[in-house]
Design a protein around this ligand. Structure first.
Ligand SMILES: [Zn+2]
Length: 131
């Protein structure tokens, strides 16, 4: 089940970073964003996210006609520098910003010219951590 958990965290990181885009696409293609709301409700309630995230993934695949579904959003915009777990960094001692909700795998390296990204799930800026 470790694998499944990691996959959910990675997918949640995509929602965290691209919530607005995902919501826009769902409303545009389907006229509603219920699958997204289910994920957010599961985060709020602290229940298992794998089911709602898989459902959202499938809905996005259909809505966008894109087999990448949820995964297709990663790497297309700003806010994430990748969705790898923190802790395997080759930049020890540096500051990193993590999802304040602590539920997704999102992280972000500080960039001088960019302000700290916002977590759309917990509605707060990413929190700073030292590696
Ligand atoms: Zn987040």
């Amino acid at each position: 089940m470790v694998d499944e958990h990691g996959e959910a965290a990675n997918r949640l990181a995509v929602v965290c970073a691209y919530l607005d885009e995902i919501r826009r696409d769902l409303r545009q293609e389907l006229g509603e964003d219920q699958a997204l709301e289910q994920v957010l409700a599961a985060v709020r309630d602290g229940v298992d996210l794998a089911g709602p995230l898989t459902a959202l993934h499938a809905v996005l695949q259909a809505a966008n006609g894109d087999p990448l579904g949820l995964d297709g959003y990663a790497g297309t915009g700003s806010g994430t520098r990748g969705l790898q777990p923190v802790g395997i960094s080759d930049r020890p001692g540096e500051r990193v910003y993590l999802c304040p909700a602590g539920r997704c795998a999102r992280y972000w390296w500080p960039q001088a010219t960019t302000s700290v990204p916002h977590c759309h799930i917990s509605d707060a800026d990413l929190r700073r951590e030292r590696l």
